[in-house]
Design a protein around this ligand. Sequence first.
Ligand code: G3P
Ligand code: CA
Length: 392
Amino acid sequence: MEREQQPGRRALLGAAALGAGAMALSGAGTAVAAGTSGEAGTATAGAADSGGVHGLPVPAVIGHRGASGYRPEHTLGSYQLALDMGADVIEQDLVPTKDGHLVCRHENDITATTDVSDHPEFADRKTTKTVDGTKLTGWFTEDFTLAELKTLRAKERIPGTRQRNTLYDGRWEVPTFEEVLQWAEREGRKRGRRVWLHVETKHPTYFRKLGLGLEEQVAKLLRRYGRHKKDSPQFLQSFEPSSIQRLRKLVDAPSVVLLSTVTSRPWDFVEAGDPRTVADLVKPEGLKWIAGFAQGIGPDLSVIIPRTADGKLGTPTSVVKDAHAAGLFLHPYTMRNENSFLPADFRRGTDPNAYGDAFGAFKVYFDTGIDGIFSDNADTALLARADFLEKH
Ligand code: G3P
Ligand code: CA
């Protein structure tokens, strides 16, 4: 089974979530509202939602790892396609190199997403480590300088599921965060608007212990490119609340606490002996605590609508209502078009790699009142949003 197989308010960044100060529309933000794609252009926030910071469309479509349904993830090719499709926001996951540069990878283990195993000069870097309690064998970014990493090429993570994406294997390098910031600046100039990014710190406690703290580097680069302000077209996200707390001391860009499945515990809680689980954090008291230092949450979709024993969508929880009551927006993750990722009631046929009824699933999730969604398939998400907005 390939990795990534998983059973799995309408106002984006509502005024309540960010306060009146954050509602001021900058020139760039107003331009964002206009969008560039047909679907996005018609999907601007309605009158009831005009408090959305910068007027981002609602629900916002966040290109998960770019357009990872169609291109090897976290490559400039993937980011470009997501932006060209009209995604409102483009996501990066960040890990460090040995010499402290930030690169865009979903994890520090680059075995599955680069051609590192084909490089005999790096054969002796293969090693076994425990990352956030999980034992892994492979090649890790923190054992490579940036110059060394730049000799590698990115490849498709799940070639069995997304065979077509393998066409692009070897085409792109592993991008640095700074290269992405420069790309976003170039694209913004071309389009007459700023490009929104959604940046995640990966394994921040693990890396800090290695002397490779992420947050200071993220803040430094955001400041260099003018993305550190509360009205910057920039979200910050982490599964570790302490990483968001650290970032909040360094920059003012809106931040999001990611929440995995209800039984899980953030890794920084595990290390600190904090017994709280995600189930605790999505209770009103937990949400109030998060709202003390973040503007949003990014829950696993199962936190919004749990799946039944047979993998179908169950009854929505009160998390959307409770988070909004706490002044938090919601950017849940991750919608993917393939049957293997969809709830059982939206699968079509028996081929796990074939597309199921993604539009049907998007509709159910949008109906819960979420403010945005991460999707590997931004184009599908945009059409689903257009359908949704037509009816609301
Ligand atoms: O960051 C939102 C979503 O990407 C979280 O899951 O594991 O894909 O980074 P992951
Ligand atoms: Ca992520």
